[in-house]
Design a protein around this ligand. Structure first.
Ligand code: NAP
Length: 255
């Protein structure tokens, strides 16, 4: 069986690692190619777009893919939509692997919005010194906010339109609570902006913001395409593959 994992996340890499451990499956991970030096998973890796849903469907057929697992970031909405369309066209079983979203706890001052544009509209009412952790793409949404100062943290350097008053911090998680506390304090941050990425690697900023009594603007996720089954973890994705008949000589402990 040939499994294609649409990757770019910790969960995708973890799934490739689980499947590389003697399952006998052919596993290919696909990366968009956004990050200059990505952490590569085991198994085969291909890099770059497919050319829309049609291109992905053609790739699935050409490479005789039996199961497609969309383990992309919860905010990578286009590829997830393309995956749903392509899987239906090419008659390939599709699963979405999505880590659970974050949930506010007592003491949090969260302001939930549905887009970066809405976040930008809200920001001037909440603070002046912004810790922006929504990634290097989409900075244009904040470009008109001339009176606010931004600390932008991203894996690679941003390009294109961005806020005029901005400092860029190139870094990649996981981040520690002590580190996030120090960062907020050192830069005099008074408001944080994040996507609802979920997971533990970047969650300490939420705790640090809560402790400091800072408001957090949380951009909610786009929905998973209709009809696509969803699991929350890599181990459950292995279980789904088993249901698809991936391990005919089952009985071994795959997780
Ligand atoms: P997107 O808007 O959903 O996708 C834009 C285009 O990039 C897609 O139409 C597709 O091009 C290509 N693409 C995306 N993921 C791909 C993959 N895994 N393999 C091959 N091509 C892919 O995605 P995005 O938000 O730009 O994110 C790009 C990648 O970065 C994703 O794989 C995601 O897992 C990862 N990532 C995203 C975020 C985020 O906040 N958005 C955060 C961390 C990691 P074609 O139409 O030509 O096929």
């Amino acid at each position: 069986m040939h499994v294609l994992i649409l990757g770019g996340t910790t969960e995708a890499r973890r799934l490739a690692e689980l499947l590389a451990a003697g399952t006998g499956l052919r596993v290919t991970t696909s990366l968009a190619g956004r990050v200059a030096a990505p952490r590569l998973p085991p198994g085969e890796v291909r890099v770059g777009g497919f050319g829309g849903a049609e291109g992905l469907a053609a790739w699935l057929r050409e490479h005789e893919v039996d199961a497609l697992i969309d383990a992309t970031h919860p905010f990578a909405g286009t590829i997830s939509f393309n995956a749903a369309k392509a899987a239906a066209t090419a008659h390939v079983a599709l699963l979405a692997l999505r880590r659970p979203g974050w949930v506010p706890v007592a003491g949090d001052d969260w302001h939930e919005v549905h887009s970066l544009g809405d976040a930008a509209e809200l920001l001037p009412t909440l603070g002046r010194r912004v810790f922006l952790t929504t990634g290097r793409m989409g900075l244009a949404a904040f470009a008109a906010l001339e009176d606010l100062w931004f600390l932008v943290r991203a894996v690679d350097a941003p390009e294109g339109p961005h806020p005029p008053r901005m400092e860029v911090l190139l870094d990649r998680g996981p981040f520690t609570l002590a580190g996030e506390r120090a960062l907020l304090s050192r830069h005099g941050i008074d408001v944080v902006v994040t996507k609802d990425s979920g997971g533990t690697a970047t969650a300490p900023k939420l705790t640090a913001a809560r402790e400091a009594g800072l408001p957090v603007v949380v951009v909610r996720r786009p929905p998973v395409p209709d009809g696509v089954p969803v699991v929350a973890g890599s181990e459950q994705a292995v279980g789904w593959l088993a249901e698809q008949g991936a391990f005919p000589d089952a009985g071994r402990n795959l997780t």
